[in-house]
Design a protein around this ligand. Sequence first.
Ligand code: GDP
Ligand code: MG
Length: 187
Amino acid sequence: MEISSYIFKILVLGKAKAGKTSLVTRFSTSRFSNVYSPTLGLNLVSKIINVDERSITLSIWDTGGSWDYEKLTYFYFKGSSGAIIVLDQNDEKAVKNLDQYISDIEAQCSHIPLIIAINKSDLDPRFDREQLEEIIDRWRGHWRKSIEVIDCSSKTGENVVEIFTNVTTEILEEVIEEEKFDVDEYI
Ligand SMILES: Nc1nc2c(ncn2[C@@H]2O[C@H](COP(=O)(O)OP(=O)(O)O)[C@@H](O)[C@H]2O)c(=O)[nH]1
Ligand SMILES: [Mg+2]
């Protein structure tokens, strides 16, 4: 049996139909379905990933659209070590709620590593990439952790593993740094 030394909670956010569940399913089972089935409440997936010769358990929180945002944000966001915001590149209004998602993360979790996953790279791009870059540059100006933009496709599998590996690597670096600091305090 594999022994996992860390458990990281990863929050997955994005508009309905952006491809959150598809991304998580592709990562956890290597499968994809074209049929849309709305996530009711929460899709909670646990998966072990190996990064830098460590095995880490990811607790992935894929939120559904039907939840009462106001009441449940705290519950969904609490204790997240990293977040993935999924945008559908085939949607003209893909970046519309991006600012809101990042401010909610800032308010509920403070600054944690972020990945902006531009999903559906197998389809035509329809959104304004410049507007996306502007929004991200603005946040990067004061965000204390990494913000990475990765184009991916849950359909073809492009960059799906990379998204989860990269967010885990960022979190792990931070945790190892903190552990060193803790040890130093005792010397
Ligand atoms: N072409 C294409 N379709 C996708 C991709 N990812 C998801 N979809 C489709 O988009 C729809 C919504 O996906 P879903 O994962 O349920 O979105 P969610 O509401 O954000 O969880 C479904 O019909 C999926 O098959 C992708 O990378 N490429
Ligand atoms: Mg879903």
